[in-house]
Write a protein that binds this ligand. Structure first.
Ligand code: 1HN
Length: 360
């Protein structure tokens, strides 16, 4: 069926469709139902060496406070012009907080986490529980939790923020509320109350009100996942593999998922958070996955392969992997990669799908 016929009656029909707020399927079926995902987002690498100096310049020039709320600079995928989205579902940003600065309290329906690659001295207060931010840690800010950040150090601190902002925007599900202007709690405990209650392997507090089927059990009660635990878990996997025991994802490839201790599921309902360790000389193929992800090199260096193109990456570099894009990692001396993805949302919607290799 030809939509651009020379027939004046047909032209009038199309004009009347438009005037009436209608669009015929036959002129656009291929875009509505591609044979396989054809993302507008492109594979992309943001270099720490480019991004972090710009965050520092922002710190000198742009105040943080009520209104703007956060000095966060989003990774904007070149395939998604005009929006601050790393992928169609994921927001990723570098946030910069100077000495003595405060990012004021607010809450939103979007789920968030922080991943720290360097620096110390910032506490994020989540629903009244001050949580220290240290390198290698993953911190949660579940949907609708109040949160503010304050820097107690005399040096600035920078970290990665991940949120499900684009997904929530597409679903028209966003809510936001300002909190009080005054910092609720400037105390600086090394262990949050959440960790004191929950960070004991395999030990669930008997008092715990959040039963696995309670509505609030979709969010992990553990406010922080500390690097010492992540590192020990990854090291143990590789040691076990060297002793001939199971546990690794594949040869030289250890990984852990940050999970909700009340359910064993993902720590947040829309975001999957993982840390991957690739031993020296590892070649790992992830194949294709429906849904997108963002990766940040925590330590080491290596090569990521995105749809056949190789990019050298070093500590702090960030990578966007679009849906169905073949993805692989090759390491020389070894590399730790933090990853976050929209996988739980796709699994909940029964849209998750994988292909082992580059085939369709
Ligand atoms: C937010 O609340 C944070 O709490 C970071 O640090 C980035 C981007 C958009 C909207 C809210 C944070 C954000 C954000």
């Amino acid at each position: 069926m030809d939509a651009t016929g020379a027939d004046p009656a047909l032209d009038r029909l199309y004009a009347d469709f438009e005037a009436t707020g209608l669009m015929p399927l036959w002129t656009q079926r291929g875009d509505l139902m591609p044979r396989r995902p054809s993302p507008r987002a492109v594979p992309h690498v943001w270099r720490r060496a480019d991004v972090y100096p710009l965050a520092e310049r922002s710190g000198e020039l742009v105040p943080v406070g009520r209104g703007g709320e956060r000095r966060a600079i989003a990774l904007a995928n070149p395939g998604l012009p005009g929006v601050p989205y790393a992928t169609p579902t994921l927001w990723a940003a570098i946030q910069y907080l100077g000495p003595d600065e405060v990012a004021p309290a607010h809450r939103h329906s979007q789920s968030a986490f922080r991943f720290i690659i360097e620096g110390r001295g910032v506490w994020t207060n989540v629903d009244g529980d001050p949580v220290e931010m240290r390198p290698g840690d993953v911190l949660l800010t579940p949907s609708w939790a109040w949160h503010e950040h304050h820097n107690t150090a005399d040096a600035p601190m920078t970290w990665l923020d991940g949120l499900d902002i684009p997904l929530v925007a597409q679903l028209d599900a966003g809510f936001f509320e300002f909190g009080p202007d005054e910092v609720a709690d400037r105390s600086t405990p090394h262990r949050s109350r959440a960790e004191r209650l929950w960070a004991h392997p395999g030990l669930r507090p008997v008092s715990a009100s959040n039963a696995p089927d309670a509505p609030d059990a979709v969010n992990s009660p553990l406010a922080a996942y500390r690097w010492e635990h992540t590192d020990a878990a990854l090291a143990a996997q590789l040691e076990l593999a060297a002793e001939g025991h199971p546990g690794v994802v594949g040869p030289g490839h250890a990984a852990v998922r940050f999970s909700n201790p009340t359910t064993g599921r993902d720590a947040l309902p829309t975001l999957r958070l993982e840390m991957h360790r690739f031993a020296a000389g590892t070649r790992a193929e992830f194949g294709r996955t429906v849904g997108s992800s963002v990766w940040q090199v925590f330590s080491g260096a290596g090569t990521v392969r995105l749809d056949g193109t190789e990019f050298e990456v070093v500590e702090g570099d960030m990578v966007a992997v679009p849906s169905w894009c073949p993805f692989g990692v090759v390491t020389g001396a070894g590399m730790d990669l933090f990853a976050f993805s929209d996988a739980p949302a796709f699994e909940a919607l029964h849209l998750a799908r994988r292909a082992a290799h580059d085939g369709n």
